[in-house]
Write a protein that binds this ligand. Sequence first.
Ligand code: URA
Length: 282
Amino acid sequence: MPDADLLAHLRFLRSLGITHLPTSSAERPLPSEAPVDKQESSTPADKHTGTPTHQHTRTAEPPRALPVAEETDLFEQQRTAEVATLSPTERRARMEARAKELADCDRCKLCPARNHAANRLVYGAGNPEADIVFVGEGPGEEEDRQGIPFVGRAGELLTKIIGAMGLRRDDVYICNVVKHRAPGNRDPEADEIEACEPFLLEQLDLIQPRVLVTLGNCATKTLLRTKVGITRMRGTWQTYHGIPTMPTFHPAYVLRSYTRTNREAVWSDMKAVMAKVEGRSS
Ligand code: URA
């Protein structure tokens, strides 16, 4: 589409109140060298490490996420330029307004009326000017009840991890790929993720974090458009819409597989995150 048509189309979308666009959710071909995730094949029932879907030759090369779609670039430039003019108070107000607006959301089948009784939106929590944003998969039962992300058992561990980084929950921002609980804690489906991703993008745009941490397989695979499992992805810097992104294990997985190796892996990832935020690494 020529640039002028694209801009007109984007303006039209914006006039409908759509200010963020997800990149295509269509599966992209795997790079032929994409390594298979060891945990994926060894723990097929673990939703935070995933199930094996493909067989690929293992190589020593670090995993690479596939690039997000270029077609959103123009829109992103416009959007970022607009957000850059907002004061911190205006950014905070915009997030609060969006959270209120989404309370009535019916964009996907996870939305309140259709699925569960609590009708709770879990938009996000923490500092809207945080350097670090943690993104999980979706609210669980306790999060759904309280309307706050990561307040169940996995949340307690995440809070400890944040504490070990010398921070409080209020210093960082915590949210999820989808903002409503999936029935029976199943993985969110592609259409649900697609419906919610514009709002995650908007949050990130308003927060402008220096680093994003994706927690577990779902957040990592869906945001980074990769089929490479978390065991291979964790500890390697990736990029999500220009934001340096560190995939790490989901705290729920660490709780289930409470090994020294897993805890050390997460800690090593968080040290890399702190070094990046503090400008000790490029
Ligand atoms: N797991 C998630 O992925 N997100 C939450 O908010 C809680 C548990």
